[in-house]
Design a protein around this ligand. Structure first.
Ligand SMILES: [Zn+2]
Length: 160
């Protein structure tokens, strides 16, 4: 989670252009965005993306918005219809976290703001947070309660 502490900032111009383009895309897709919340996440019931105010102005704020957009547009899990089991649920969490990053970047490409700078920060966060999820799900078993919430409400997460 070192990435979170690193307040790596784009220029104000780049920051504004990225945030505006992404928020415009959300507005035309009926997704509301709260840029200054107390947590990160996407709520599939209200179609609202929230971003933590602490990362405002940084690459992380942009990157997290893209990831949460990915949760908003990602398809159902490939394992969704399989018999419920701990193994399946864990696989779904890891899969959904990965595809959210993938789907988010697809939206970035469709908007046309896919610069090499943005990709540098995005791919780095993707690797960092997805690796952290694997740790949480397969190493730290105490996250089972959290995982059951995720299965019931795919797309919703307190993590980016
Ligand atoms: Zn996520």
């Amino acid at each position: 989670m070192n990435y979170l502490k690193e307040k790596d900032k784009p220029s104000q111009k780049v920051y504004r252009e990225c945030i505006e383009a992404l928020c415009d895309w959300c507005e035309s897709n009926d997704i509301s965005v709260n840029l200054f919340s107390s947590s990160h996440g996407y709520d599939p019931d209200t179609h609202e993306i929230t971003l933590h105010h602490g990362s405002a102005g940084t690459w992380l704020h942009i990157v997290t918005l893209i990831h949460e957009i990915g949760h908003a547009v990602q398809p159902n899990s490939a394992f969704h219809s399989l018999r419920k089991s701990v193994k399946r649920d864990k696989a779904i969490i890891i899969e959904m976290e990965y595809t959210a990053w993938q789907c988010g970047w697809d939206v970035v490409k469709s908007i046309g703001i896919n610069t090499s700078d943005l990709w540098y920060h995005y791919s780095r966060a993707w690797m960092t947070y997805w690796s952290a999820y694997i740790q949480h799900v397969y190493v730290q078993e105490q996250h089972e309660v959290y995982s059951s919430i995720y299965i019931e409400r795919p797309g919703y997460t307190d993590y980016p």
